[in-house]
Design a protein around this ligand. Structure first.
Ligand SMILES: Cc1cc2nc3c(=O)[nH]c(=O)nc-3n(C[C@H](O)[C@H](O)[C@H](O)COP(=O)(O)OP(=O)(O)OC[C@H]3O[C@@H](n4cnc5c(N)ncnc54)[C@H](O)[C@@H]3O)c2cc1C
Length: 510
């Protein structure tokens, strides 16, 4: 597997908000030799690799129980993906639900996870999420976390939950950090937690029986040191910032860098090297509607088309590179639409329309003025305009015969009052008045999907199902096991927090 462990190759220009400074970390190579050799000789009760969404609660709860904990963090500060994340959490039985008189249960949440994910979530981990999500959110609330006025909701765009159990704080993921960072700092000040920053774990040390005995850490100046630990938690996040690894594991390109720059997949490599294995790469589901700045991979987003029928019902026709329609454009389910889009070559599609649709439909790109759109059709490679459908297809790079056939069939069904070939119901206009237009959408993702296999105690397991002694994992290093092959709202942040908490509070024995 392609991995970039160590800190030397990471873009450190990331703009961390002020909350990043609230936990006191030290750089290992600046410590006196006797302190460093003490770390190598006297095992910590728990070494948490990665001080992010899952790692911080694990450290807090382990320290609450009196454990001596080291948090080893590759970045200059703790916080991880929560700096970028929407921080949307789905949880049953929260104080926020109670305040609104909403009845909910872990069973109902579990049923929803399995329904929304089309039974692709790992049942054991989904059950843990459903049971522990509520207590985790209530723990945040007990410590001052609050949610947006309009939350909880059933959805903010994905396929909805059956009750309102989905929420975020007013500052997205940062609202969570503002609650958990001070709790960790109390333990740092009390001497129960040692935080090492700019410290990348590059290796796990193992005893003769394979049980993990500690970690090897590389500092920013490439100094390597051993740290001994009776238990080690991999909480390093996924590989959403490592395009080589993402492609190798998922079999498709990382079309956009939306992940935290330190999400390089180190924990995946460390876990596999220690005897674990990866699963769930086929849980990949792309996000659609975004238009890329250019042909590069990874690229950056230029703008987003409004293609969710719940927000703006499509007037356009969607085709793939062969010019084929592949989807009932007004299908109400995000997951159904995205799973079909995922099957299309190069994970892209074109929205095709004509002058009448442009004039009469609500804007396809709401954030743009008419002038911006007109300019894009003059200048941008993802936007095409032409006097005929054939010319449009050639300009856009789509098969012209396919486009003529698909649009011909779409129009003929409208003219004849017949059903749409793909059962679409919203067909206010045919695509028949020149000039014709095409806009290309490219899939993207903000997380990775392949992850380490664990048992019901979140202990990393080998292919034969044997737990690897003293080695646990939580967060995106487990891939998308909890959300499955779908956008199951809150399916990453909530389990990361809840599983980290569970490990620190109950599972890991000191
Ligand atoms: C833009 C964006 C929006 C999102 N919105 C949502 C949302 O609303 N709801 C949701 O459920 N999910 C969302 N997600 C996904 C979710 O935020 C992440 O899956 C989750 O926060 C990951 O938590 P984690 O603890 O696994 O990793 P992180 O929080 O990333 O923590 C991992 C830490 O490990 C450190 N690390 C990495 N390698 C090493 C190493 N070798 N040694 C030491 N330290 C290391 C990293 O620097 C990092 O601090 C979003 C993701 C993105 C990018």
């Amino acid at each position: 597997m392609q991995t970039k462990m160590g800190t030397n190759n990471i873009d450190l220009s990331f703009d961390w908000p002020a909350v990043a400074d609230t936990v006191t970390g030290v750089v290992l190579s600046t410590l006196p030799d006797d302190v460093r050799s003490g770390y190598a000789e006297q095992p910590f009760d728990l070494i948490v690799i990665g001080g992010g969404t899952a790692g911080i609660p694990a450290a807090i709860f382990a320290a609450d129980r009196g454990a001596r904990v080291a948090v080893v963090e590759k970045a200059p500060v703790l916080g991880g993906t929560l700096y970028l994340s929407g921080g949307l959490m789905a949880a049953a039985g929260t104080v926020f639900q109670k305040a609104m008189g909403i009845e909910d249960s872990a069973d109902s949440h579990y049923d929803d996870i399995m329904r929304i994910s089309n039974e692709t979530s790992d049942p054991t981990l989904a059950r843990l999420w459903a049971e522990l999500g509520g207590p985790a959110v209530n723990w945040l609330a007990d410590n001052g976390f609050n949610i947006r006025d309009e939350h909880p909701v059933t959805t903010t765009g994905y396929d909805p939950y059956s009750v309102k159990r989905y929420q975020s704080g007013p500052e997205d993921g940062v609202s969570i950090l503002k609650v958990i960072m001070p709790l960790l700092e109390q333990h740092v000040q009390a001497g129960r937690v040692t935080v090492l920053t700019q410290a990348a774990v590059v290796e796990l040390t193992q005893g003769p029986d394979g049980a993990v005995t500690g970690v090897v850490v590389e500092d920013g100046d490439s100094t390597r040191s051993d740290i001994a630990g009776s238990n080690v938690l991999l909480a390093t996040g996924g590989c959403a910032a490592n395009d080589e690894m993402f492609q190798e594991l998922h079999g498709l390109p990382l079309y956009r860098h939306a992940g935290y720059p330190f999400s390089q997949g180190d924990g995946l490599s460390l876990g596999v090297a220690a005897g674990g294995y990866l699963r769930g790469a086929d849980n990949y589901v792309g996000y659609y509607g975004s238009v890329a700045v250019n042909e590069q991979i990874p690229s950056e987003p230029l703008v987003t088309m409004s293609i969710d029928p719940k927000v703006r019902i499509p007037w356009e026709v969607f085709v793939n590179i062969h010019g084929e329609r592949f989807l009932r454009e007004d299908h109400p389910s995000v997951n159904t639409r995205d799973r079909v889009m995922d099957q299309q070559p190069l994970h892209r599609f074109w929205a095709i329309f004509d002058q009448r649709i442009l004039d009469e439909a609500p804007p396809l790109i709401p954030e743009w003025s008419q002038e911006q759109l007109a300019d894009a059709f003059d200048t941008h490679p993802m936007f095409a305009r032409a006097a005929s459908l054939k010319e449009l297809a050639v300009t856009a790079g789509i098969d012209p015969d396919g486009v003529e056939r698909s649009i011909g069939d779409f129009n003929a069904a409208i003219e004849q009052g017949a059903n749409d070939p793909l059962d679409r119901t919203h067909r206010p206009l045919p695509v028949s008045t020149a000039p014709f237009y095409a806009i290309r959408s490219q899939a993207w993702t903000l997380k990775s999907y392949a992850g380490l296999a664990v048992d019901e105690n979140l202990q990393v397991i080998s292919k034969s199902g044997e737990p690897i002694g003293n080695l646990y994992a939580a967060g995106e290093v487990l891939g998308a096991a909890t959300s499955g092959k779908s956008h199951t709202g809150g399916g990453s942040v909530t389990p990361a927090l809840a599983f980290g908490r569970l490990l620190g509070e109950r599972i890991i024995q000191f």
